[in-house]
Design a binder for this molecule. Structure first.
Ligand code: SAH
Ligand code: SF4
Length: 360
C-alpha cells in the first residue's frame, strides 16, 4: 500500500522517512515541495536524489479529495464540493476580501451534534475526515486559485467553520493545524487560523495545551434553557463550564479574546433583554461578538432577524464595551454561507430517517 503523504505533519513525515532509512532533512524537503510549492509529482522534486524520487513513486502518493462540483457566487465567493469516498462529499469555501483570502474548511462528513438551525447537523453524521482530507482542502484550493504575481498563495486565513465539529475530530484536526502553522508548509500565524467549536469543553483544554490557535465559540443563546434547545451539546457542557473553559483557553491563546458567534434567529434569541443577559454571562471572558444573520436552508424551522433588530442587539453589546461585528453574508446565492453547507452525507446516525418518520 502506498502512503498518502498529505496525511503527515512534520513530525510524522520525519518518522516515516526515518523508517525508510532517510534523513530528517528529506522530510523537510518533501514537505516544502508538497505544501509550499503545491507539487504532487515526485519527479519534479528536483533537489531529491533520483533514487529517492524513484523510491517515493513506489511507496508514496499525494492524494487530496477530488472535486465533484465548483460554483462561484456573484460576490466572488467560491465553493467546491469534494468527494471523500463511499458516497460522502464535503464542502470548502473560499472568501476573497481586499486584504486577505479566507478558506472555510470542513472537518467531518456531516455532524453528530444536530444544532437546530444548521443544515449540516440536519443531515446526520458519517465519519471524521482524515488529515489528508482536511489539509487537502487547503492544498487543493491554493493550487486551483494559483499564486499571485509575488509568488504568494491566495489563502491567508483559514477558519474551521465548514461542515462538522473540529474538536470531535481532534487528532486529525490538530495534525492539519500543525501543517497550516509549519514554516515548511503553509506558515500561517496562529492568529490567522481559527477553530470554531460548539463548545466541547475537554477538547478546548486539549487544544489550548497542544496547539493553541484563534478560537471562536458558537454561543447562540444567553442561558442554558435556550442553548439546550439550539445547541443540544450544551446539555453536556453547560454555559458555566463553557465560560470557564474560554477563560482557561485565553491563558495560552495567540489572541487575547474569544470570538463568540451568535446566529440571529427572529423572535428566538434576538431581543434586547437577551442581549443584556449575554452581557452578564460573558462578564469575565475577554471577548468579541460576531452576529451571524441566520442563513435559511430548505425546511429550516427559523427565520433571519431583520437588520434593524440585529443592529439594535449589536448596539446593546457595544454599549457594554463589547466589540461586536455583524457578519457579512457571503456566497448565499450558491448556498455557501455559514450553516448552509450540505455536501452529501451517508447518514450513519439515521437522523434523516427519523426526521422523515416524524414528518409523516
Ligand atoms: N461545528 C462548529 C463549526 C462549524 S459551524 C461550530 O458549530 O462552531 C460554523 C458556524 O456556522 C457556527 O457558528 C454555526 O453555529 C454557524 N451556523 C450554523 N448554521 C447556521 C445557519 N443556518 N446560519 C448562520 N450560521 C450558522
Ligand atoms: Fe455541527 Fe456546528 Fe452545525 Fe452544530 S453548528 S450541527 S456543531 S456543524
Amino acid at each position: 500500500m502506498t502512503e498518502n503523504l498529505l496525511n503527515f505533519d512534520a513530525e510524522q513525515m520525519t518518522a516515516w522517512f526515518a523508517e525508510q532509512g532517510e534523513k530528517p532533512f528529506r522530510a523537510k524537503q518533501v514537505l516544502r515541495w508538497l505544501h509550499k510549492a503545491g507539487e504532487s509529482d515526485f519527479n519534479a522534486m528536483s533537489d531529491l536524489a533520483m533514487s529517492l524520487r524513484s523510491k517515493l513513486k513506489l511507496t508514496a502518493c499525494v492524494k487530496s479529495p477530488q472535486v465533484m462540483r465548483e460554483e462561484t457566487a456573484t460576490d466572488g465567493t467560491q465553493k467546491w464540493l469534494l468527494d471523500v469516498g463511499t458516497g460522502n462529499a464535503v464542502e470548502t469555501v473560499f472568501i476573497p476580501e481586499t486584504d486577505r483570502g479566507t478558506l472555510c474548511v470542513s472537518t467531518q462528513a456531516g455532524c453528530a451534534l444536530d444544532c437546530a438551525f444548521c443544515s449540516t447537523g440536519k443531515q446526520g453524521f458519517n465519519r471524521n475526515l482524515s488529515v489528508a482530507e482536511i489539509i487537502g482542502q487547503l492544498w487543493w484550493a491554493n493550487r486551483e486559485l494559483g499564486k499571485n504575481q509575488e509568488g504568494i498563495w491566495p489563502i491567508t486565513n483559514v477558519v474551521l467553520m465548514g461542515m462538522g465539529e473540529p474538536l470531535l475530530n481532534f487528532d486529525n484536526t490538530v495534525h492539519a493545524l500543525r501543517l497550516m502553522l509549519d514554516d515548511n508548509a503553509y506558515g500561517l500565524s496562529r492568529r490567522r487560523v481559527t477553530v470554531s467549536t460548539s463548545g466541547i469543553v475537554p477538547a478546548m483544554d486539549r487544544l489550548r495545551d497542544e496547539c493553541p490557535v484563534a478560537l471562536a465559540v458558537s454561543l447562540h443563546a444567553p442561558n442554558d434553557a435556550l442553548r439546550n434547545v439550539l445547541v443540544p451539546v450544551n446539555q453536556k457542557y453547560p454555559l458555566k463550564e463553557l465560560m470557564a473553559a474560554c477563560g482557561r483557553y485565553l491563558e495560552k491563546a495567540p489572541r487575547d479574546f474569544v470570538t463568540f458567534e451568535y446566529v440571529m434567529l427572529a423572535g428566538i434569541n434576538d431581543s434586547v433583554q437577551q442581549a443584556r443577559e449575554l452581557i452578564a454571562l460573558v462578564r469575565e471572558v475577554p471577548c468579541k461578538f460576531n452576529l451571524i444573520p441566520f442563513n435559511p436552508f430548505p425546511q429550516a424551522p427559523y427565520q433571519r432577524s431583520d437588520m434593524q433588530t440585529v443592529m439594535r442587539f449589536r448596539d446593546v453589546l457595544m454599549q457594554a464595551d463589547i466589540v461586536t461585528t455583524i457578519r457579512k453574508v457571503r456566497g448565499d446565492d450558491i448556498a455557501a454561507a455559514c450553516g448552509q453547507l450540505a455536501g452529501k452525507v451517508q447518514d450513519k446516525t439515521k437522523r434523516t430517517h427519523r426526521l422523515t418518520e416524524v414528518a409523516q
